[in-house]
Design a binder for this molecule. Sequence first.
Ligand code: PLP
Length: 438
Amino acid sequence: MTSKSWIERDRASRLQSRYTFPEVLERGNGTLVYDTDGREYLDFVSGQVCAVAGHAHPKYADAIAKQAHTLIQRGSAFTDTCQIQLAEKVAQMCPGDLNKSYFACTGSESNEAALRMAKLITGRHEVAALVRGYHGLTAGSFGITGLGGVFREGYGPMQPGAVFLPAPYVYRCPFKGCDQDGDSCAMTCLEHGLDTLRRTSSGRPAAVFVEVVQSAGGVIVLPPEWLREVRRLCDEWGALLVIDEAQTGFGRTGKMFAFEHSGVMPDILTLSKSLGGGVPVSAVVVRDGLAAELEAKGYYQSSSHTGDPLLSAAALANLMIIEEEGLVENARKVGELLHRGLEQLRKEYDIVGDVRGLGLFLGFEIVESKETRTAASELAETVSAHCQRDGLLIGHVPGAVSENIIRILPPLTTTASEAERALEILGSALAQASSQAG
Ligand SMILES: Cc1ncc(COP(=O)(O)O)c(C=O)c1O
């Protein structure tokens, strides 16, 4: 059956809730995925940024099959051997005293649980988060998501208590005329944010939630200096620093965790996509002292699916693959190659305005020209469509929130030759979009 007929069935039976590409995917292998018309694509978005060990990795698939024949589910009042081993593995891979985990399914859920922890520990309800930050679409996680438009219109009031600080988006400084270089610009941004916090809230939040690299918001890397100052302020306020590493966790940025680039330790770490490697499993990892406090206060959190054996076995296999195959180091090396290649494309094409990111978490802005920096969303769509036609999936969906920004997030197993092939396809897409731009 062709993609076209599958899409007709999709439209007839599935509630359409966001843009859906006309190609229908049916299988994958490593960095490659295939549609129902038999076309092959390099998947440079890792599914929904989850398939960090690539698609259909044999060890991952075998672990799932084996566990499916053993025990898939248990009551939430029991624990099981897979969940225990996963909790131990996560503690071993996390630095410092981040040693105790609660498991859920999605990234949104992990942030809901983190919010409940922060409120119970501090007895406060206000939370600081960032403009352009994305933490999920359930009520609490969405309440701290700094995105507007289609996300908000029509859904009524948000959960109260969130204060949004401006993201240190240096290429497009929200404070026009700030005219400072990278780090000082980011610190000025933080000062403005703190002023907002003081004037619109008690000034003493329960927690500050951040992504070290904002993804949906446009691949904005929080400068280490900015993060260190926020860590210091959290200590001063008695607030918890919650770092959401749904996408950056387990190696994508070339270090095991993105917070390690700054040396800043979170109090609470939320993990999802890259933890499960494709199956829905998420975790909230807390420091030992905090875990003791939560347990003493009777922290209550549960779900029909918390650390299910099937999901835990899959996550465990995924983490073993990351370690055994040296994927963190591969992300660093292949990331450098891709970053250099993208920089080269930036020099060649006036419509590439900025290239940024860490490891295999990269992004670039499509602009009308380097001089004006005007965001060119339609041109970004052209680039993305050309890439897709030529067999490369990149992170740009028509009508997406990050409009003119293209994200590059391939599996951590990506080889140098796959990266070079992707750069070739991108180069030809940029050439075509540039000629369209005139
Ligand atoms: C940083 C971050 N946090 C949370 C989420 C929400 O995760 P989920 O879609 O699994 O609920 C996402 C999803 O894209 C994310 O990127």
